[in-house]
Design a protein around this ligand. Sequence first.
Ligand code: ADP
Ligand code: MG
Length: 326
Amino acid sequence: MATDEFELIRSYFSDLGSDRTGSVRLAVGDDCAVIAPPAKRDLVVSIDTMVEGVHFLPGTSGDKVASRLLGAALSDLAAMAATPAFFTLALTLPDTDPVWLRAFSTRLGELARLYGVQLVGGDTTRGPLTLSIQVHGWTPANKALLRSGARPGDRVFVTGTLGDSKGGLETLLQNIHGEQVPYLQHRFYCPEPRISTALLIAEFATAAIDISDGLLADLNHILVASRVGVMLNPAELPISHELHHWVGEQQARQWALSGGEDFELCFTVPALLEPKLAWALRDHSVAVTCIGQISAAPGILLAEDGQVWPVMPQGYNHFPAKGIDE
Ligand code: ADP
Ligand code: MG
């Protein structure tokens, strides 16, 4: 490895974050990291890649790229109810821009500390700007929350609000300015992995997924894996005031159902356990909203005002002419 690469790793990536689970024996600097797995834990692993011009607009600052990259990666651990422990970083850089790199590594370090996860190694190469983060977390043995456990009668919940990230992206693409723009763009650039919520619901949930491709598309993965269907109440979809104010109810609902990149959790809980779930979440700062119920019959149905209609996982194409905002 060239000296400047070594210098780059030393100054930007040698000491980021911290492993709250205490399993890292050796981090960046040797040929490999060394991890001591805690007793009776399963290792849960996921990798996410972002390419400039594909996953973020060319010219995006390092801090924004860092928060989106790590947020999206940790969100997958949340979806499995895993406690984050450590991560690796593969960086392909067109050049070494110190301003970009400092912003990237500072933000990455802040978030890594916040979520208790430590950077233990990586790889650095030259080429078109591409970044991959592989996250590793622990669950108690056999307790990872899968997509396959939803049962008829289970209630369907989501965290936070939906559609904001799509709204934020649209404000960027359309170069919109206005009161709601900073909030929406923050939601796009800084997804909050719902780790703390996931750990609270793990005891009650039968299935979970994080929403990266849109609620309908991701919930459908639960439905297929669990061999069930769902009846959703579009009127219950949690939508932020900011998004509602900017685009109105119908567009906001559309983006909430199929917008994507919200990195909120969608999970199912047996109806009988709902009171216990509510009690467990009583002091929790993240909103958790019931949006529907799992059914035995496959497919996705929307229900409002006594009307019921089917919808495809991709989105709204199958709505009747009489729209849902009536
Ligand atoms: P090798 O040539 O043995 O694969 P490298 O020269 O690629 O090792 O990396 C040297 C050390 O720096 C290793 O510990 C590696 O994990 C770490 N490293 C390289 N790039 C990064 C990066 N982008 N972030 C964190 N650690 C890195
Ligand atoms: Mg290497």
